[in-house]
Ligand binder design. Structure first.
Ligand SMILES: C[S@@+](CC[C@H](N)C(=O)[O-])C[C@H]1O[C@@H](n2cnc3c(N)ncnc32)[C@H](O)[C@@H]1O
Length: 241
């Protein structure tokens, strides 16, 4: 087992311990801010992409931290959360958080429970497969929906947008905040937003708000978008910034 930037021993997990890594992620400056904290994440090199902290997750988690006043006391659902860094930061700054990932990925869901315990954070953990309408999704009423690198596999985009649209409709004035690699322009995303009656109200270069110490470890063209129901546009825009 390898420990990255962590001074505590990692949690022994299973026979594949040697494939497990602990990483620690810092928010705020502990020398001048009393509310600074760190989040510890368990990653597995053995598993596929859901158990790795992707760069989009680091960018979205930093955005949550910088916008923390928006997150205090509100209900947050993270989609395709994987190692769940943005959702855990939201929980740390006072959100009521539900972390979700593909219902079939039991190892990812189990890892979410482990990182919640490790960070002493109480989040709901729920299997939620995009485009599938299992009973628990009907009781989700998030004010903010998070998704880091969930616009990854174009064949899943339509299902993702179906789920996002459902959640936005289920919770008036809610917003979907997502970070993604802009690999081939925004055309497909723009097409799907029109198809599902959504509107982008904020688009930022992910590196424009990253502290240089974090940005230097990342690469790619990462964008951050805030997306709402077309009909909600004016209401939600009032609540931003
Ligand atoms: C590229 S990973 C990003 C993980 C994490 N958000 C991050 O940025 O570190 C994509 C995530 O979406 C999840 N995912 C993929 N297809 C899904 C689906 N159809 N329904 C729900 N989750 C899905 C995967 O299990 C994985 O955790």
């Amino acid at each position: 087992m390898q420990v990255n930037d962590a001074d505590e021993p990692a949690v022994p997990s299973s026979t594949d311990q040697h494939m497990t890594t602990i990483s620690r992620h810092y928010f705020g400056n502990s020398s001048d801010s009393a509310d600074a904290f760190s989040i510890t994440i368990i990653e597995s090199m053995k598993e596929d992409y859901g158990l790795f902290v992707w760069p989009c997750s680091i960018v979205l988690a930093e955005y949550v931290w910088q916008q923390r006043s928006r997150f205090s006391g509100v209900s947050v659902v993270e989609l395709g959360a994987g190692t769940s860094l943005p959702g855990l930061v939201a929980a740390k700054v006072g959100s009521d958080v539900t972390l979700t990932d593909d219902s079939n990925r039991v190892e990812v869901l189990a890892n979410m429970r482990r990182v919640c315990n490790l960070n002493d954070l109480k989040c709901n953990v729920l299997g939620l497969t995009w485009g599938v309408w299992d009973v628990p999704i009907f009781s989700l009423h998030p004010r903010i929906i998070l998704g880091a690198d969930v616009l990854h596999d174009t064949s899943a985009f339509d299902d993702l947008f179906a789920t996002v649209t459902f959640l936005l409709q289920n919770s008036p004035r809610s917003v979907f905040i997502t970070t993604y690699h802009n690999r081939s322009g925004h055309h497909l995303i723009e097409f799907l937003m029109v198809k599902w009656g959504l509107k982008c109200i904020k688009l930022r270069d992910g590196f424009s708000f990253m502290p240089s110490c974090k940005a230097s470890g990342l690469s790619g063209n990462i964008q951050l978008a805030e997306i709402v129901l077309n009909s909600d546009q004016a209401d939600v825009a009032d609540t931003i910034n």
